[in-house]
Design a protein around this ligand. Structure first.
Ligand SMILES: Cc1ncc(C[n+]2csc(CCOP(=O)(O)OP(=O)(O)O)c2C)c(N)n1
Ligand code: SF4
Ligand SMILES: [Mg+2]
Length: 345
């Protein structure tokens, strides 16, 4: 007698994880970017985000191809190299009911896209912006990017003689309201950070060290699996309890920084670095600068501000998305135009 196939586990909006999957990856096997796509699928599924309410934005690079590998049911826009922030800002202004997740690379963000990136941060555009950081331009065969550490070496032996840009320190200073760093190989930390990111309202900037196995995973690289396994120093442990979960967690409050998220979820940052306060902006930047000087790669949530208004709040945009406003409400009536003309006579 045939046995019935068990029905797949569903999330709180009734969807199985399969509905959050994307196309088959064409990236190299073992590329860190693939692991990040997997965590995005899990986080979006566990948080019960409606796929059709998501827009996946990207620029150009192996990292920017990633949106093709998760959430097939969502919308996507693969923009020009380094120009994703302006396209994402425009799309969100046109439809503020959508959620936006941007996938970028260290080249896409910190080299050609820097001008756009800093204005996204400054505006606190409500989106999750991920830098899949491998220290090289993977797609164009492994040249150093602007996040490559001073003194690190390419496979060919070429040494990087320029200092790295720390996208996290920059993001904190310029106005992003949720800033952290993780490692594609740390499943638990990255998943918790992504779930908390989904619950945040404002710019989330996550720098995820994501080794390029083809061009930057050798000795002498500071973005390799081995280097990260040996040098990753988490400053806090992220415990995330979603608003729809009914979980009581016992903890020693002296050791935990508790953050009430916009959607009613709760994020608890278990302190690993003594007395680290993630709401102290100046200290967050200083901590990152000092870590650089000591060749430490800090991970965790460095900074959070749940109060600052987003760009959409500031613009006082009408309730109904501009994209779906009927023509009668977008075009001034003839009487308004007549009045304007009369005022100019
Ligand atoms: C305007 C423009 N300039 C240069 C390029 C060439 N180009 C394509 S991808 C890339 C860098 C990609 O590096 P990164 O953003 O770090 O992504 P990765 O491939 O490492 O994931 C460059 C320079 C381009 N496509 N368009
Ligand atoms: S070249 Fe590097 S970044 Fe690109 S897919 Fe391969 S491993 Fe990933
Ligand atoms: Mg890169």
């Amino acid at each position: 007698m045939a046995t019935a196939t068990p029905s797949p586990k569903v999330n709180h909006i009734g969807l199985p994880v399969l509905e959050y999957r994307g196309g088959k990856s064409t990236l190299c096997a073992g590329c860190g970017h693939n692991a990040i796509s997997e965590r995005i699928i899990e986080a979006m599924w566990e948080m019960g985000v409606e796929p059709e309410r998501v827009m996946k934005m990207s620029g150009i690079g192996c990292s920017s191809k990633s949106p093709a590998y998760f959430m097939n049911r969502s919308f996507a826009f693969n923009s020009v190299h380094g120009r994703m922030p302006s396209v994402a800002t425009g799309a969100l202004l046109a439809n503020k009911t959508m959620r936006s997740i941007g996938l970028s690379g260290d080249g896409d963000t910190a080299s050609i896209g820097m001008g756009q990136f800093i204005h996204l941060l400054r505006r606190n555009v409500p989106m999750i912006y991920i830098v899949e950081d491998n220290g090289v331009y993977g797609l164009t065969k492994g040249q150093f990017s602007a996040t490559a550490d001073l003194g690190s070496r390419l496979k060919t032996g070429v040494v990087n003689d320029l200092p790295a840009i720390d996208t996290c320190a920059l993001a904190i200073q310029l106005g992003a309201t949720f800033v952290g760093r993780s490692f594609s190989g740390d499943k638990k930390q990255l998943l918790s950070m992504l779930k908390a990111a989904i619950a945040h309202k404002g710019t989330v900037m996550l720098d995820v060290i994501s080794p390029c196995v083809t061009f930057n995973d050798h000795e002498g690289s500071t973005k390799s699996y081995k280097f990260m396994q040996d040098n990753d120093e988490p400053i806090n442990e992220v415990d995330f309890v979603a608003s729809f979960d009914d979980i009581e967690v016992d903890y020693d409050s002296g050791q935990v920084y508790e953050v009430e998220m916009h959607d009613g979820s709760n994020m608890r940052l278990r302190k690993l670095l003594e007395d680290y306060d993630p709401t102290d902006k100046a200290n967050a930047v200083r901590t990152l600068m000092e870590a650089h000087d000591n060749d430490e790669i800090l991970t965790g949530i460095f900074y959070i501000d749940t109060e600052k208004p987003t760009f959409i709040d500031l613009l006082n945009v009408v309730e109904e998305p501009l994209a779906t406003l009927p023509e009668a409400l977008t075009r001034p009536p003839k009487s308004a135009l007549d009045g304007l003309m009369a005022s100019l006579q």
